[in-house]
Design a protein around this ligand. Structure first.
Ligand code: ADP
Ligand code: MG
Length: 607
């Protein structure tokens, strides 16, 4: 008698249905869930081509008999639930009996599986949902499933897959979540024949160190509490180690990774004024609640769950995290007064201004042929509305180049008042009188614009400026971040980063661009990578160069809150008016706001 049964229609129909398999990540997720449910002690995930040509998961779990091995690929075939009551009390990761059927429908699957008391394993081959072969083979107890050529029979969906870098990242992130939730299982991840990660079985603390490194672990404080209804344990970051992205936030419910904004908010709220707005804590929190009090059957990928007592859970999490923070008596480290050092060389001589005007008045067409991509990047950053796909409309470009030119002339004219004085207000804005009235400049975005153009210039010219470091710095990166560094290495070098990749997760930094503040080299590189990731998520059309230039400019620019000396202000303004578009920052935000004298007159009733 097999263990797997087809669910009766009345139960099957109660299960949240939907598209389960969207990308290699979904396959990794479903297969690893099955391996965990099968009681595996060792799980290996193998990808080729970021999972596009192969996703293989090998486990040493309970395996399947021949009967079960065939029926497992039917829809609603599961050994995990049988009755409606079971559905209310789910203790396994899977329960819908749909994953294998959905995977087999869109790929070429080869499965070898053997239970401990059998001598031979069963081999099952299925292509596009059609059973091709069932035979006997040798294989150690456990299951190995190879999913080849995902979406081979649905080209539209195959085309929808993102770059290998992106697909790899998603798949690896899914893998990491299981590794965090199941430290007692040994996990291995291999991609294109390279071992990316190998986590030996251990305890929760050690697993966090294995995954994120010892350094990261030191930035965390423990969270622990237990009541009759709910328990929580895990770690959350010391406030001073909060980050600009939400990428290191993990919540697990009964060891299932979940996405829940309410709990995220509860944690964030516990930090109250301990961290800046726009910064986020990192956390890995394990919640445990009797499965009867949660519904995991609300979402096809089981990522979202519904709590019986949503606000109770919110208050509990908030209170416990708050308590942990106060217990560790965490007074946020005073942020050092910025030295206000801005490393930009003054270069306001007329010949340079003229030179720039000449370069811009040259027929754009010719320029475009030479550096088409470069121009597109510059133009779209100056006039975001000009971007129409990847093709350049020459007419449009000519029009825009005229606009840029006149913008520069106006800007130059406006500030050519000799008696101009600048005033910094709230260490954030710079106010000055211009011919036609008053202008207010946002210092951060102004510097961002300058650095952005300079970065694009460096990326385009192949002659980097590097400031060598006295002591090379070693940086530990996660595999996903490492993949980005590898991909961007040439670009980073062009920008002025002198770095070498060392081993699987280490980068050694020998030099940095002069804009990078001394002492902040590591932090800035990490922030650039984080922002690069975020940018590529929010705007998948960004070219890597444009994205990197943006991230670099944003992270090295002076910040709101940095006090500037009058000289520094002067240099900043001069540099700003030498850019190709002093009015709009690379993200499309305004740099300068003008208030005309007419407007002021009107406001004061002087008509
Ligand atoms: P579900 O996990 O929701 O039950 P799946 O389609 O993922 O549905 O799997 C169907 C059934 O196949 C499972 O219930 C389980 O009995 C069996 N199965 C799948 N993968 C494995 C595995 N790696 N080891 C043992 N049994 C497995
Ligand atoms: Mg499953």
């Amino acid at each position: 008698m097999g263990r797997i049964k087809i669910l009766p229609e009345e139960i099957a129909s109660k299960i949240a249905a939907g598209e389960v398999i969207q990308r290699p990540e979904s396959v990794v997720k479903e297969l690893v869930e099955n391996s965990i449910d099968a009681g595996a002690k060792n799980i290996t995930v193998i990808l080729k081509d970021a999972g596009k040509t192969l996703i293989q998961v090998i486990d040493d779990g309970c395996g399947m008999s021949e009967d079960d091995a065939v029926i497992a690929f039917e829809r609603h075939a599961t050994s995990k639930i049988q009755t409606y009551e079971d559905l209310e009390n789910i203790k396994t990761l899977g329960f819908r009996g749909e994953a294998l059927a959905s995977i087999a429908a869109v790929s070429q699957v080869e499965m070898k599986t053997r239970t401990a008391d059998e001598e031979l394993a069963t081999l099952v081959k299925i292509e596009g949902g059609k059973l091709i072969e069932v035979s006997k083979t040798s294989h150690p107890p456990g299951t190995s499933i190879s999913v080849k050529n995902l979406f081979f029979n649905t080209p539209a969906r195959r085309n929808f897959l993102k770059s290998n870098h992106t697909e790899f990242k998603h798949a690896y992130e899914a893998f990491i979540r299981f590794a965090l939730a199941y430290p007692e299982i040994s996990f291995e991840f291999i991609s294109d024949d390279e071992q990316i990660a190998k986590f030996e079985a251990c305890d929760f603390e050690t697993r966090i160190k294995q995954v994120f490194g010892e350094k990261f672990f030191e930035t965390l404080i423990p969270v622990k509490e237990k009541t009759e209804y709910i328990s929580i344990y895990g770690y959350t970051s010391k406030p001073e180690f909060s980050r600009k992205t939400k990428s290191d936030q993990f919540i697990f419910l009964n060891r299932r990774y979940i996405v829940n904004r309410s709990i995220n908010h509860a944690v964030y709220n516990a930090y109250e004024h301990l961290i800046d707005k726009g910064s986020f804590p990192s956390f890995i929190l394990m919640l445990e609640i009797d499965p009867r009090h949660v519904d995991v059957n609300v979402h096809p990928s089981k990522l979202e769950v519904k709590f019986e007592d949503e606000s109770g859970v919110y208050n509990f999490v908030r209170a416990v995290v708050k308590h942990s923070l106060s217990q560790f008596n965490l007074i946020p480290e005073l942020t050092l007064e910025s030295t206000g050092e801005i490393k930009i060389q003054p270069s306001t001589n007329l010949s340079e201004i003229k030179h720039r005007l000449i370069t811009l008045t040259e027929p754009m067409k010719e320029k475009i042929q030479k550096e088409q991509q470069y121009s597109l990047e510059l133009i779209t950053s100056s006039f975001p509305e000009a971007k129409t796909g990847t093709e350049l409309d020459v007419k449009k470009v000519e029009k825009i180049s005229r606009e840029i030119e006149s913008a520069i002339i106006t800007a130059q004219e406006e500030k050519s008042d000799e008696s101009i004085t600048f005033m910094q207000v709230h260490n954030k804005y710079i106010i000055a009188q211009i011919k036609t009235g008053l202008m207010i400049i946002d210092q951060h975005v102004a510097h961002e614009r300058i650095l952005y153009e300079r970065a694009l210039d460096s990326l385009n010219s192949n002659s980097p400026f590097t400031q060598q470091l006295l002591f090379p710095q070693t940086i530990e990166l996660t595999p996903a971040d490492m993949a980005i560094v590898k991909e961007l290495k040439d670009y980073l070098e062009n920008l002025g980063f002198d770095l070498r990749i060392f081993g699987k997760n280490t980068v050694i930094l020998y030099g940095v661009p002069p804009e990078v503040k001394q002492g902040a080299e590591k932090k800035i590189l990490q922030e650039i990578i984080d922002l690069y990731k975020e940018n590529s998520n929010t705007d998948p059309e960004l070219t890597p160069r444009e994205n990197l230039a943006k991230a670099f400019a944003c992270k090295t620019a002076i910040k709101a809150g940095d006090k500037l000396t009058p000289e520094e202000i002067q240099v900043l303004i001069d540099q700003l008016f030498l850019t190709r578009n002093p009015y709009v920052c690379p993200h499309g935000r305004p740099i300068i706001i003008k208030i005309s004298i007419e407007e002021l007159d009107k406001r004061f009733g002087r008509t």
